[in-house]
Design a protein around this ligand. Sequence first.
Ligand code: NDP
Length: 316
Amino acid sequence: MTQALKSVELSPKLATKSGRPLSIGVGTGTKVKDLKRADASNSESIIQTLKLALDSGFFHVDTAECYTTHPEVAEALKRSSKKREDLFVVTKYIPPGNVFFEQKSTGAHNFVDLALEELGTDYLDAVLLHHPFFKPDIKPDLETAWKDLIEAKKLGKVRHIGVSNFRVEDLKTISKISAIETDNNASYQPAINQIEFHPYLQEQSPGIVKYCQENNILVEAYGPLTPLFRVKEEEKDHPLSGLLPELSAKYDRTPAQILLRYTLQKGILPITTSSKEERIRQSLEVFDFSIDQADVDKIDSVGSTYKLRTFFIGQF
Ligand code: NDP
């Protein structure tokens, strides 16, 4: 099976340190039972699932300070036979003021140092600011946090700096900071914006996908399989409930593979996860077929008749 993104254009072309083009990411956030870590009962299962994903061919790993999964990621990386330079390890810094987990870091720069230690690595492939919703009365503010990431990149601790859940106006704010702080060095512009994306939420915020794609910011999709399992029981006849099985039969792929391939053909890189070996394997088998443009357009238009936002509901 080839890992080349057949007829899929991703921009910018990010890669592992060894030069392998970035591919679908495996997430470690939505399987955590207790973000407070008072009971890390599913710790071993997170390690094993991630190890399975790495052994199956995933090499892009997504974690975050608030998932509290750095120790599990470190352990899975240790147990896997993959070389560090062939991996793309991403973590996210969450602005302070969140009550649902105990934040160890005192700022974004300090977070990078802690993450390096917890993940058992001497560099991170990317660090993202988890969201732009900084509280006005708590430090650091957005500007300070972004400057900290610029500094961490200058020091070689981080290869790429980026964001998650950012709106166009937030991206413009940090782009200006990067330009001023680095004398217009383009490599310090945000490289990634990881957002909720699926046919039922094609714009997490107005114009965000277009803006990112026009400004060399890779859009990553979390929740790409949302239409398959997050629609409420009473709404099971949602618009894609007919089209996905139809396309699944036409292309001889699972509905999940159709959604992942659809996301890639939109120029967006999915971050997915599964606890099941078969699904983990299938989610990588999306590079040897393509969906006709007319069917991509159909998913877009049918999907746009229904709205489903699962994360950051109060913020947008
Ligand atoms: P997905 O949309 O890929 O959903 C994954 C879920 O889909 C799993 O629970 C899995 O369950 C289920 N699934 C997998 N395959 C299938 C299938 N064939 N049919 C039906 N269900 C299936 O991604 P997530 O929303 O879970 O997010 C992925 C990652 O993105 C997170 O782990 C996290 O790292 C990141 N994320 C980032 C956020 C941010 O704010 N930046 C917010 C949310 C997530 P099963 O185990 O049973 O297969």
